[in-house]
Design a protein around this ligand. Sequence first.
Ligand code: SAM
Length: 230
Amino acid sequence: LHTEHELREGHGIPAAPGQGRYLGAVMRKAVGDQVILFNGRDGEWRARIAAIRKDDATLVPDVLLRPQPPAAGPILLVAALKREAMEWVVEKATELGARAIRPVLTARSVPDRVNRARLLLIAREAAEQCERLDVPALAEAAPLHAVLDSWDGSPLIAAAERRGATPLAACVTAPDPAILIGPEGGFTGPELDALAGRPFVALASLGPRILRAETAAVSALAVVQAIRGD
Ligand code: SAM
């Protein structure tokens, strides 16, 4: 279970809203039963249920099961997609180890905003499910030009069908690259020119077929994971 609270041996914490009911009514847990907790900072803890009542539970960490690993993994920048596709991408990117997910607004992005709170919830659930001890940082959606203008100069790989001559695997020069995926309608010509004009951007191919944006995101992250070898 994910918690916002600090995890320390013997220090009881309240279950998050909804977790008490989940533990009692759905999982049929009782006082004395064990749960597993993580907060993205203090590692994974076994905890005991010290009290449980309706939507309320108190959990007391007692054994550190896994220390917190250092934050690592690629950064996924993805054009804002329709709700279902965006949620799917966030779930899969979490499973595939993305350290951060940054929705980007492009000329052909259909939505002009994303529901960050909902995406964060999905990322948390995916982290719980895949036993990951942190939740990817989820940025607010920002326009592509603003992202490029404020970029720190580290390598940014933009997936560009037709224009990306180099296969993605050959563009990955750092273990934790940043990868940009365009919208369903693709980047516009001026956007591709703007990307190609930045010295830190490499345009990469994901193969000869045109992938849906969500497939492209997952495929790119799988390539990075294969290169990292973890
Ligand atoms: N409407 C565009 C077209 O027909 O040319 C296709 C856009 S594609 C559905 C969405 C995004 O996925 C693209 O902007 C790109 O970032 C990525 N993508 C899809 N297939 C790709 C490929 N073969 N190589 C590189 N990027 C790809």
